[in-house]
Write a protein that binds this ligand. Structure first.
Ligand SMILES: NC(=O)c1ccc[n+]([C@@H]2O[C@H](COP(=O)([O-])OP(=O)(O)OC[C@H]3O[C@@H](n4cnc5c(N)ncnc54)[C@H](OP(=O)(O)O)[C@@H]3O)[C@@H](O)[C@H]2O)c1
Length: 332
């Protein structure tokens, strides 16, 4: 059977473009025992994929030139030679950017969705929801009455961080890149205030005004100058879960910023980087809590669904221009 795949055509310098990707038709191999053929339904695009387009190992190996990119996919089994899966089963796994693919049955898991829409299993009930929950609860450790600032607030991780902080009775300030997102975060997701970093010239003044009692937790999704501004407002014993640095993913030279060590030292504060998989043993308890909050209506979420498998590169690039609210997902 033939299928379409999207491969990494070349490694980007700076911001990637469509030229870094190539779409091609391939013939899938015949199924071997313990293999299944999966048709992709929903594809996750995530900022960390940008790092995998570079050469050199990070915490995940780089994508290979002329090979398909890969990421979180929800799919349907269309043929099976596995005793674990049958035709029609809905599955989830880290799969190649192919409309249909042949995979070993140990690369996928069954997905028995109890929550709708099913795309939430790639977002609030998937990797980004776990990241928000575990980064905030394990490193941030929010306490009632504290002030929490989250950057990238309108994105997949940020929307969840802000709401959990509200559930923990904190005062929550988001930082986001559009008025539309700012209004949505306040009206639908309960944020107390949102600073639009694109229209604010003096970020540290804006953060200070929004956080009269100072910042106890800064959940950093973006890094760069925006984070420097928040850091200048941290309180004694502040905690800074270092989740992402998206503002630097396309830079060819990391800019030199203020040195934070004196600040961390004199304010007895903790800044800790983490990768969600560090907390793998806590995934079941985190998933149970997130599912419960969703079912109770205490946690809300939204996806940005882009339609059509060929749109995968555009959707990935859109993360760097803020085109998503909530999780960016491509529906085949
Ligand atoms: N540590 C981990 O295990 C882990 C796991 C998942 C994600 N992450 C990281 O967490 C962060 C958020 O990930 P996500 O999946 O939730 O992505 P996301 O927030 O849904 O999407 C990215 C958002 O980042 C904002 N952004 C893009 N360029 C920016 C810039 N130069 N300055 C400020 N904001 C910018 C955009 O929103 P605006 O409209 O606000 O600009 C965009 O919508 C990323 O840095 C990601 O790498 C880390």
């Amino acid at each position: 059977m033939n299928t379409t795949q999207i491969v990494l055509a070349s490694r980007p310098t700076g911001m990637p473009t469509q030229e870094n990707f190539r779409s091609e038709t391939i013939t899938l191999p015949d199924l071997q025992p313990a293999e299944v053929m999966v048709q992709g339904l929903y594809y996750s695009v995530d900022p960390y994929m940008r790092g995998r387009m570079n050469e050199g190992k990070s915490y995940v190996p780089p994508f290979k030139i002329d090979c398909p990119l890969e990421g979180g996919v929800i799919g349907k089994v269309i043929t099976s030679r596995s005793d674990q899966f049958k035709k029609g089963d809905i599955v989830i796994g880290n799969l190649p950017w192919q409309e249909a693919c042949v995979v070993a049955d140990n690369k996928i898991k069954p997905l028995h969705a109890t929550v709708s829409p099913i795309s939430f299993y790639l977002s609030v009930l998937g990797m980004t929801g776990l990241t928000a929950y575990l980064g905030l609860m394990q490193i941030g450790v929010p306490k009632a009455g504290e002030t929490v600032v989250v950057s990238g607030a309108g994105g997949a991780v940020g929307i969840v961080v802000g709401q959990i902080a509200k559930l923990k009775e904190c005062h929550v300030i988001g930082i986001s890149g559009s008025e539309e997102k700012a209004n949505l975060l306040k009206a639908q997701f309960g944020f107390d205030e949102v600073i639009n970093y694109k229209t604010t010239s003096k970020m540290s003044e804006a953060v200070r005004a929004a956080c009269p009692k100072g910042v106890d937790i800064y959940f950093d999704n973006v890094g760069g100058e925006l984070s420097d501004a928040v850091m200048s407002c941290i309180n004694k014993h502040a905690r800074i879960p270092l989740c992402g640095q998206i503002s630097l993913y396309n830079t060819t030279q990391i800019p030199v910023g203020p040195r934070v060590q004196p600040l961390l030292l004199t304010r007895s504060s903790l800044m800790q980087g983490f990768i969600v998989s560090d907390y793998e043993t806590l995934f079941p308890e985190a998933s149970t809590q997130l599912t419960k909050w969703l079912a109770e209506g205490k946690l809300k979420f939204t996806d940005t669904i882009v339609h059509g498998f060929p749109q995968l590169p555009a959707a990935l690039l859109g993360l760097f221009t803020g085109e998503n609210t909530g999780k960016m997902v491509v529906r085949a």
